[in-house]
Design a protein. Structure first.
Length: 180
């Protein structure tokens, strides 16, 4: 069994407020989101910060859930993911990680690179363009989730892909939100 005191001390040292590792489903996303929202409200931070943190959390977890479902990762035992919400140096950090098929990495990387290269005005323009586009067949949304997270972020989103063999990678996305 894990040394829970060491884990708790590590979380405290690193500013981790909430962490979950496992399979996301709709009710779990909702419950964890409500717990995070309640915690933030008790900290008496600005309503806009609460909205931004909650919105990024929802986007990250729904993206993971939708991706693992559409790519049938449950059947491949690769549907487990992790999400962490932390606070340090005046910013909330929301970090998610999930398995991804290696074949999907180039397109996701291009999309993230495009988003990362835009300022707030460019993000707003891209967001509006994406909303006007017709959604591709079998799409689970309007394709604005990553753009919306970037719009709410105080710094460019950070991401990386770790190799997990010939077929899978592990995608990590970190978003920082002002903590007022």
């Amino acid at each position: 069994m894990t040394d829970m005191l060491a884990l708790k001390n590590s979380f405290s040292r690193d500013g981790i407020l909430m962490a979950f590792n496992g399979v996301f489903n709709h009710s779990l996303i909702e419950e964890l989101g409500n717990a995070a929202k309640t915690y933030l409200e008790s900290e008496q931070i600005t309503p806009q910060t609460i909205i931004d943190v909650f919105a990024v959390y929802i986007e990250q977890t729904q993206n993971v859930r939708n991706y693992t479902a559409t790519r049938k990762l449950r059947e491949l035992a690769k549907d487990s993911a992790v999400v962490i919400i932390g606070y340090a140096d005046g910013e909330y950090t929301l970090c998610s990680g999930n398995y991804i098929l290696n074949e999907d990495i180039p397109l996701l990387r291009r999309h993230l690179d495009e988003i990362s290269g835009l300022d707030k005005a460019g993000l707003r323009k891209l967001y509006k363009q994406q909303l006007r586009k017709e959604a591709p067949p079998n799409a689970t949304g309007a394709g604005v989730g990553l753009i919306d997270m970037a719009r709410r972020a105080t710094k460019p989103m950070e991401y990386h892909f770790d190799s997990d063999g010939d077929r899978f990678g592990f995608f990590t996305l970190e978003v920082k939100v002002a903590g007022e």
